[in-house]
Design a protein around this ligand. Sequence first.
Ligand code: ADP
Length: 238
Amino acid sequence: MSELLSSKGRRLDGRKLDELRPIKMEVGVIDNATGSSYIEFGRNKIIAAVYGPKDVHPKHMTKTESAIIKCRYHMTPFSTGTRKNPAPSRRETEISKIIREALEPAIVLTDYPRTAIHVYIEVLQSDGGSRCAGVTAASLALADAGINMRDLTAGCAAGKINGKVALDLDEVEDMEGDADLPMAILPNLEKVTLLQLDGNFSRKEFIAAFKLAKEGCMKVYEMQRNALKDKYFGNKEA
Ligand code: ADP
C-alpha cells in the first residue's frame, strides 16, 4: 500500500483530511454558446457549455411535455499523462449519463416542451474527481444559459486513503487509495442526485464519507453562487 499520509496526518499535497483542493470558477467564458463556465478543481481544468433549448434531432426523441437533456462528458487527448484516445470510451459514456441524471432534477424540464438542451463538458486536464467538477461546471453553464432551474447541482467526492476518510481525492489518492465516493447534491432541495462508490467502506466509514462529501458539496455550492454573482451582479464585465 502506498503511503498517502504523513506521520502528521497530512496528504501528499499538504492538505488535511477534510480539506478541498484550491477551486476557481468562472461563468460565461464561451461567447458562442448559450451558457458556459470554466472550473479549476485542483489540477482539473474543465469547460462546460450549453446550447438550447433547440429543436430535437432525431425527431422521434421529442417529448411533448418536456425538454430532453443531451449530455456529453469528454476528455481531450491532452487531458491525461499519456495521450488519451479522442473517441468516447465506455467510461465517458457512463459519466455522460450520470452527469445528465445529476442535472435533470434541478431543471424545470416542463418549461421547454419539444426541445433539447445540449450540455457539453470538455475536460482539458484531469486529476481525479473530474465527474464532480464536471457536473458542477455544467450546472453553472445551465444557469448562465438562463435555463429555469429549481436549484444548482453541486458535486464533490470523498474517499478513503490509508484507512482514513478524506475529502476530494486527487488522481494519485484515487488510484492508490481504498475507496472513492463521488457525490452531487441539490443543496436547497436537499436531494442527492449522484452517488457512486468505487472501493470498500465499513458502514461507519460510509456514513463519515457521505457527511464529508456533503459538506464539500455545500462549499462548492457557495463558490457556484459567488461565480454567478460575479458575472451577473459583480464588477466583472458581462
Ligand atoms: P473521476 O475523474 O471522476 O475521478 P475516475 O475515477 O474514473 O473519474 O478517474 C480518475 C482519474 O483517472 C481521472 O480524473 C483521470 O485523471 C484519470 N483517468 C481516467 N481515465 C483515464 C484514461 N483513459 N487515461 C489516463 N488517465 C485517465
